[in-house]
Design a protein around this ligand. Structure first.
Ligand code: AMP
Ligand code: MG
Length: 563
């Protein structure tokens, strides 16, 4: 049932009905004790304007295209109007930021409008990001700028279509108000267009939502939050019990560990670097949440982080993500101790995490290589050796894996040569070539739909060629031995290795254009990224590797937390 009038949506507002509320009604920045949320209204903006929306998400919540195009929609989803059935609130949570306990954080610029009962029967929270200050805004303004909102909007949807667990994005609205930011943290603040994204998820509860009451000894708040979380999101764990008990909390922790591992394995599969894996940015549902200074691996470099704030330590670099997932789970486990009253069962889950993660990783790498599960040491070694090779010479991760499926497996006894590996050539970066292309040229290339001309013969060092050929011969041997046919190998690989990802420079080009009032590239990227695993013949340019101009450009290769 798709509604033409937003007032027809059914809200159940269970979070505010069933969890402890902040007794104070004043929207002033302050510590909030003994509560899971504070009621707060979005702050109206001067000229709400919808610039992009995801039709699939509108369908999901039961909003028709006519409703989306109405002026009322822009008003509501830019925070200038609320529906009578909404009971807006900001959530209370804490978190470990960059390894250090930060105390109370909370929704400083996110306002939950309420929970909608969707046509599929599920209940989903609608959350505005950038809709004005809340009691958790600390010293900041509760607003968000266009550039970070475009990035959050596009990446949420791109991740969904890639099959990675994520919060969704319904809409992207301009507010008409300027927001001041010091983008490079260098003492040069300037005005930027303000924007609001409406995010959608079954839950926005974070690891930090449990950590805060646990840190304060508020065991009853902790228990209520855990009990409602289980009731709403893990109901199968109740198994006829009327109340959750210690074993139910442990079972929930196990499921969170599992879904977190799945999410991170998927990040590793598609080359996504979250950039700020603080425990307040870890979803209890194992969804990717809080798209800030994230980035996509271009050349395969496990030590790369897009977040300039983290450049020195690279705590949240691509290759560190599995380890940080575990670190964060340990913090969640600690927060659950007062409910379980026994550390052992929680510790067991923590101890089993490495094996859990590795098992998922072997399935994922087996798919990426089109070999089926890598269930022996030799298979694991084959995958690890390839990753080591990829990091030796600047190689585009996305193109390499996609193109590996284009290299036919030779018959037993046939030696491979460098020219057999020709489909892989596109994946190599060669800074000496293409350096004269400007961002304007790139924009035109995308508009024309033409392929990246690319260097004809990138100079891949001789020794590296030899190593790659040797690796490929081992790979071919495994492919011949695998139970998959050649056709199945290609199919499996093409379903695991996307052709199109939200390359850092593509998002930046869309932002540049949007800032000038032309939002067409945002819409086109959304369209391309809807089918990331399909060949899209007139959209080849969107699959091209990063142009040289983007190598060091802020927004493309490095991002600050300013948003
Ligand atoms: P993040 O690093 O974006 O996950 O944010 C960490 C904390 O800072 C969260 O509690 C956010 O709500 C808060 N925060 C970030 N930006 C703002 C802002 N512009 N206004 C208010 N709070 C913010
Ligand atoms: Mg956050």
């Amino acid at each position: 049932m798709q509604h033409d009038d937003l007032n027809q949506l059914t809200f159940n507002n269970r979070f505010v009905r069933e969890l402890p509320a902040d007794p104070q009604a004043m929207n002033l920045t302050r510590p909030v004790h003994g509560a899971c949320f504070s009621r707060v209204m979005p702050t109206a903006t001067s000229a709400p304007k919808l610039i992009a929306h995801a039709t699939e998400v509108a369908d999901l919540i039961g909003v028709s295209e006519a409703a989306v195009q109405s002026d009322h929609f822009a008003q509501v989803f830019a925070g200038s109007a609320t529906l009578d059935a909404m009971d807006p609130f900001a959530m209370t949570y804490g978190g470990h930021q960059f390894g250090t306990w930060a105390g109370q954080l909370g929704d400083g610029r996110a306002i939950n409008l309420g929970e909608v009962v969707c046509p599929d029967g599920k209940v989903r929270t609608l959350q505005l990001k950038g809709a004005g200050p809340t009691p958790y805004s600390r010293t900041a303004d509760g607003r968000a700028v266009l550039r970070s909102s475009v990035r959050e909007f596009l990446c949420s949807e791109a991740m969904f279509h890639l099959g990675v667990s994520t919060t969704r994005a319904l809409s992207l609205c301009l507010t008409g108000d300027a927001v001041m930011r010091d983008m490079f943290y260098d003492g040069h603040p300037g005005d930027e267009p303000g924007a609001v994204v409406c995010r959608v998820s079954e839950s926005f509860v974070r690891f930090g939502s449990f950590e805060l009451p646990a840190s304060r000894g508020e065991v009853e708040v902790l228990r209520e939050l855990a009990d409602r979380t289980i009731e709403w999101h893990f109901p199968h764990l109740m198994q006829g019990k009327s109340q959750p008990d210690a074993s139910t909390y442990v079972a929930m922790f196990h499921e969170v560990a599992d879904s977190t591992a799945t999410m991170i394995v998927d990040w590793m599969r598609v080359g996504f670097v979250h950039g700020v894996m603080n425990t307040d940015n870890m979803s209890i549902l194992g969804q990717t949440i809080d798209y800030g200074p994230y980035g996509w691996l271009e050349d395969f470099n496990p030590a790369w982080t897009p977040n300039t704030t983290d450049a020195g330590r690279a705590r949240y670099a691509y290759g560190e993500q599995p380890k940080i997932g575990l670190w964060n789970l340990i913090k969640l486990g600690n927060a659950l101790v007062p409910l379980v009253e026994d550390v052992d069962p929680l510790s067991k889950i923590v101890e089993g995490y490495q094996d859990l993660y590795s098992a998922k990783w072997r399935v994922m790498m087996g798919d990426k290589l089109g070999l089926g599960v890598l269930d022996d040491e030799a298979g694991t070694e084959l995958a690890q050796d390839l990753l080591a090779l990829l990091s030796e010479v600047e190689t585009d991760m996305t193109i390499f894996f996609r193109q590996l499926a284009r290299v036919p497996i030779p018959a037993e006894g046939t030696a491979s040569t460098w020219s057999d590996l020709k489909p892989l050539l596109e994946a190599f970066y060669d800074p000496s070539q293409g350096a004269d292309e400007t961002s304007q040229d790139s924009m035109e290339r995308l508009a024309g739909g033409i392929d990246h001309p690319g260097p004809a013969t990138p100079s891949v060092p001789e020794a590296h060629r030899t190593n790659l050929i040797a690796w490929f011969q081992r790979y071919a041997q495994s492919a011949r031995a695998s139970s998959l046919t050649e056709e199945e190998r290609v199919q499996t690989m093409d379903a695991a290795n996307p052709k199109y990802v939200l390359r850092n420079y593509l998002a930046q080009l869309a932002i540049d254009k949007s800032a000038e009032g032309d939002h067409s590239l945002v819409q086109e990227l959304l369209e391309v990224l809807r089918r990331p695993y399909d060949e899209q013949p007139n959209r080849q340019a969107f699959a091209a590797k990063r142009p040289e101009w983007a190598r060091h450009r802020p927004g493309c290769s490095m991002l600050s937390c300013s948003s």
